[in-house]
Design a protein around this ligand. Structure first.
Ligand SMILES: CC(C)(COP(=O)(O)OP(=O)(O)OC[C@H]1O[C@@H](n2cnc3c(N)ncnc32)[C@H](O)[C@@H]1OP(=O)(O)O)[C@@H](O)C(=O)NCCC(=O)NCCS
Length: 393
């Protein structure tokens, strides 16, 4: 099998998906996606768009302006018709699934150069837009337990994750993300894109909108539960916010990257999918990470850096505790530059975003580290995890 390496990765900033306050509220989904593709081609002039074998693009809700955005976005960007595209839909792991499809195609020798991307604007296409559950599903599951917020509450109860522990996690997620932003850590991955402030002033958006410079445990403690007014322990502060953003990776066979004189730091080892009870969808990374480690002959201790998508504080804490990574935030080697509670979670984008960030963390703060794992849960009980290795180790 051939080796697949990450040559580069870019993303837009993540903006609130909010009709009045979102910095990208008047930016189209294809504009976000193409800003990222353009940046990748500009930064890697050895690669021409026509040399790309195929583009895989993850989007959770493929409806409205996101209907086949993989193809329509590519064409709208003026890129060659000869390059095929494949829209991947797997709820939140869509972007990671796109990456794994591309990596496997490279390893099998089906092609040399692929783009794996993800995009979502949760304001323009709201979660579960035009969704209808199969009637028979209601015979198996209580439909009231299937929405994401309900699953976060159920996981909090079953895994005994307290509200204060979730708030402590949100606190550290924002703190790490703010400090990483201040230190310019995201400069290598965020392509500035014009958006507008709440008052309508245009500006170049080059930082994630949701990150709070100061976050108060007292204020969080006073917030109302978001999903269960009576007994809920999950709030807007301990949920990933509704977000808009795009991200993309340029993946290549190692031989092709060498031939083109392109550098790289990480190679793909393997990816796995795992399924779980959809009413507890947030715990999916537990079986996914276990499967991944077992098949790789590794243990939790062998992994130097973790990226876990913070869909909710409750499910993230249940995962890190069950896996034995950590008990509580601040985590040492997990979500080193913050997570989705602060950075946002544009569903189909996040699986790519956490890999773009993992690559940059491992190229800078953890450059001597050997292994990195990225993982995320997904609506209705699908989860993905992938293992990446420093090519020099
Ligand atoms: C939780 C949720 C329902 C809240 O949505 P919402 O009611 O529209 O609320 P917002 O996110 O706009 O936040 C409400 C307010 O709380 C504030 N807030 C959030 N976190 C805060 C914090 N840590 N401290 C102080 N205020 C905070 C917000 O700033 C906002 O006020 P503003 O508009 O004046 O800025 C929504 O974010 C959600 O559904 N998240 C989960 C998304 C999801 O399921 N993703 C898939 C996961 S698998």
């Amino acid at each position: 099998m051939r080796e697949c390496v990450i040559v580069d990765g870019m993303r837009t900033a993540n903006a609130r998906a909010h009709a009045e306050k979102g910095w990208f509220r008047n930016v189209s989904v294809d504009t976000m996606l193409n800003a990222v593709y353009n940046a990748l081609f500009e930064r890697n002039p050895q690669v021409r768009p026509e040399d790309v074998e195929a583009v895989f693009c993850g989007t959770a809700n493929q409806a409205g302006v996101q209907n086949d955005i993989a193809r329509l976005g590519w064409l709208a960007g003026g890129y060659p018709e000869s390059v095929p595209t494949n829209g991947i839909g797997q709820q939140c792991p869509s972007g990671m699934a796109a990456t794994e499809h591309a990596a496997r195609a490279i390893m099998c020798g089906e092609g040399d150069i692929y783009i794996a991307s993800g995009v979502e604007d949760m304001q323009k296409v709201p979660m579960a837009f035009a969704m209808e559950f199969p009637a028979k599903l209601a015979e198996r599951y209580n439909p009231a337990e299937l929405p994401m917020g309900a699953t976060a509450e159920k996981v909090a109860k079953q895994y005994k994750v307290s509200r204060v522990d979730q708030e402590n996690m949100a606190y550290w997620s924002h703190k790490k993300a703010f400090e990483a932003t201040l230190a310019g850590k995201f400069k290598a991955e965020i392509v500035p894109l014009e958006g507008e402030k709440e008052d309508g002033t245009k500006f170049l958006v080059d930082r994630d909108q949701w990150i709070r410079e100061s976050i108060s445990m007292e204020k969080m403690a006073a917030m109302d539960p978001a999903f269960d007014p009576e007994n809920g322990v999950v709030t807007a502060a301990t949920s990933s916010p509704l977000t808009a953003g795009a991200a993309a990776l340029l993946l290549m066979s190692r031989d092709k990257a060498d031939e083109l004189g392109l550098s790289y730091h990480l190679k793909y080892v393997r990816g796995v999918m795992a399924g779980c009870d959809p009413t507890m969808m947030g715990i999916g990374p537990i079986p996914a990470a276990r499967k991944l480690l077992e098949r790789s002959g590794l243990t939790v201790k062998d992994i130097d850096v973790w990226e876990l998508n913070e869909a909710f504080g409750s499910q993230s804490l249940a995962c890190v505790r069950e896996l034995g990574i950590a008990e509580n935030a601040p985590f040492d080697n997990l979500n080193v530059w913050g997570g989705a509670l602060a950075l946002g979670h544009p569903l189909g984008e996040s699986g790519v975003r956490i890999l773009v960030t993992l690559n940059n963390i491992m190229k800078t703060d953890y450059k001597d580290a050997k292994y990195g794992v990225a993982m995320l849960c997904g609506g209705f009980g699908n989860a993905n995890a992938s293992l990446w290795q420093n090519v020099n180790k």
